[in-house]
Design a protein around this ligand. Structure first.
Ligand SMILES: C=C(O[C@@H]1C=C(C(=O)O)C=C[C@H]1O)C(=O)O
Length: 293
């Protein structure tokens, strides 16, 4: 298999350029890449906003991206089946931090982390539909140590920043988990990130796409087997978290299977985003033509 792949790679492929959002929520894949799964791939690490832009601008062939980006560029992208970053309720790492209770937010100033795209929409949908609030939003760099700038009422954090804040909340603020808020409002699961390939790459290099898909899928399929090793390996780089915190986060909390129920949650998200003019159409979800494993 390896030989065939390598031979084919020699014929068709330069090294596929694969984006990797460097958050703890994809630790099984980070671990796999560090243990052989990155061989023959060119991995580019970044935050969602960077990789969202890189795939649209053809600097990447495949990447995990904010799920809303697929809706905005579905004509240029195809979705890899079976993999995503999602939750059924609490997410822990997408947090609204606020000086006021969420029920009393109205036209306040809210700062949105510059790293995100999906959660910006998720927050706008939840505040508008569940709380009747239409705040003024500004995108800015935010640090979890100083989560709400002086001039704002609330702010939105995602990823490891938000997970850190979840475990080290500053007293005197209110905190809202947007995975839980979404579940309370819609009863549905929520998909935050998808893996997508540029259509151009998918059509011109199907074997290379298959290789990348197989590696990503395998990493999440075997996540449970390597969970302990992956957490122990990352902990020295993430001293602000305990083993128990990551062990809970990477399993019961974060899910990676893009099953029908998660797709249903994703379609609901797109429908509401469209109703709020955050996207201009609700896309059909078109999957890459890979052999599923
Ligand atoms: C669950 C999370 O979802 C992330 C949220 C994203 C966004 O808001 O655009 C993008 C990728 C996801 O990995 C998280 O931030 O931890």
């Amino acid at each position: 298999m390896k030989e065939i792949t390598n031979r084919k790679r020699g014929i068709f492929m330069t090294c596929p350029k694969v984006g990797h959002i460097n958050f703890l929520n994809v630790l099984p894949l980070t671990w796999s890449y560090a243990h052989g799964a990155a061989d023959g791939l060119q991995i580019a690490r970044g935050v969602p906003a960077e990789l969202n832009s890189d795939i649209i601008n053809h600097r990447l062939d495949v990447s995990n991206v904010s799920s809303i980006i697929y809706a905005r560029h579905s004509e240029e992208l195809v979705v890899l089946p079976d993999v995503c970053v999602s939750t059924d309720g609490d997410v822990e790492s997408i947090l609204l931090a606020s000086r006021k209770p969420i029920e009393s937010l109205k036209d306040d100033k809210i700062i949105l982390t510059a790293k995100s795209a999906t959660s910006h929409c998720l927050l706008k949908i939840i505040l508008r539909l569940a709380y009747g609030a239409i705040p003024n939003y500004y995108v800015r760099h935010i640090t979890p140590e100083d989560p709400i700038p002086e001039d704002a009422t609330a702010s939105l954090l995602i990823g490891d920043d938000a997970l850190w804040l979840y475990h080290h909340p500053r007293e005197g603020f209110y905190y809202y988990d947007l995975g839980l808020e979404w579940k309370k409002m819609t009863g549905k699961k929520m998909v935050y990130a998808l893996w997508v390939a540029s259509r151009r790459f998918a059509e011109s290099q199907p074997e290379a796409l298959q290789l990348v898909y197989d590696r990503i899928r395998h990493a999440f399929k075997t996540a449970e087997l390597h969970k302990d090793a992956a957490i122990r390996e990352i902990l020295p780089q993430k001293p602000a978290f305990t083993y128990e915190q990551l062990e809970e986060y990477l399993g019961p909390i974060i899910r990676w299977d893009l099953t029908d129920e998660y797709l249903d949650g994703l379609r609901t998200f797109y429908k509401l985003a469209h109703e709020m003019n955050l996207i201009d159409h609700v896309p059909e979800i078109e999957f890459a033509a890979v052999r599923r494993s």
